[in-house]
Design a protein. Structure first.
Length: 249
């Protein structure tokens, strides 16, 4: 093979890589660079410094003045007589028990039909007995229409997810509620499984062992998925995804 042919192949390969970079956001280049390598785990970062992070803003009740009882060690509004070991301030950690069992089975059918018929019974109009719109029956206006539709739909879904994930308190709201966020990554062979939990919890709902059930998280955001070789095989190719979006039929 001549040097000129080898140079042409390099130029063609570089052009194809450049086109693929623009078409797929350079994700293909990253995948090519990591062939044979295990997926890299994400670094442990402060969630509040990540791009797109926004402090949670929710409606708050009016401030309540603290009341003290003379000659008493107990203060109204306290949750425990001794120091509470449960999460209550920014940076504290609590365990979220994710227990999701969802099942839905829905079936419905809708049928609709309609028939219309209009006959004017008018054979002449101001002396005119035949005009281009005259029907075969001789009437000036006769219309018939029919319409029907039949729609069926069904949903059969069953989901189950049971696991635990440690979350960090990222914000304390004015009324004492805690904004928590936790992320867990597990790499098995060449596949990474991710579990993300975020939301707002009441300190009163945290158990004595510093755990809370996911059903008691307000504005809960729970995501469970993965990335790696298995996920790549299960996903449609880029070209197929583009056609699915652009094709109108």
């Amino acid at each position: 093979m001549s040097k000129f042919s080898h140079f042409n192949r390099l130029v063609l390969t570089g052009g194809l890589l450049t086109f693929g970079c623009f078409a797929t956001g350079c994700s293909s280049l990253d995948r090519l660079a990591n062939i044979g390598e295990q997926p890299k785990l994400s670094s442990i970062d402060n969630p509040t410094t990540q791009a797109g992070y926004k402090p949670v803003s929710m409606p708050m009740p009016g401030p309540e003045a603290a009341s003290y009882n003379p000659n008493s060690l107990w203060r109204n509004g306290s949750r425990a007589f001794f120091k509470d070991q449960r999460a209550h301030q920014i940076g504290d950690i609590l365990t979220v028990t994710v227990n999701i069992t969802d099942k839905a089975n829905i079936a419905n059918e809708t049928q609709r039909s309609r028939a219309n018929s209009e006959d004017s019974s008018i054979t002449n109009f101001f002396g005119l007995k035949k005009i281009p719109l005259t029907t075969p029956s001789g009437n000036l206006l006769t219309t018939d229409s029919t319409a029907s539709s039949d729609g069926k739909g069904s949903v059969n879904r069953q989901e189950a997810l049971q696991t635990n994930v440690a979350a960090v308190v990222t914000q304390v709201m004015p009324n004492g509620n805690l904004v928590v966020e936790g992320k867990q990554e597990i790499r098995v062979n060449y596949e990474i499984r991710e579990l993300i939990v975020a939301g707002i919890v009441r300190p009163e709902d945290i158990q004595s062992d510093n755990t809370i059930d996911s059903s008691k998280i307000a504005q809960a955001r729970i995501a469970y998925g993965g990335r790696g070789q298995i996920t790549d095989v299960q996903q449609p190719r880029y070209g197929q995804q583009v056609f699915d979006v652009l094709l109108p039929f």
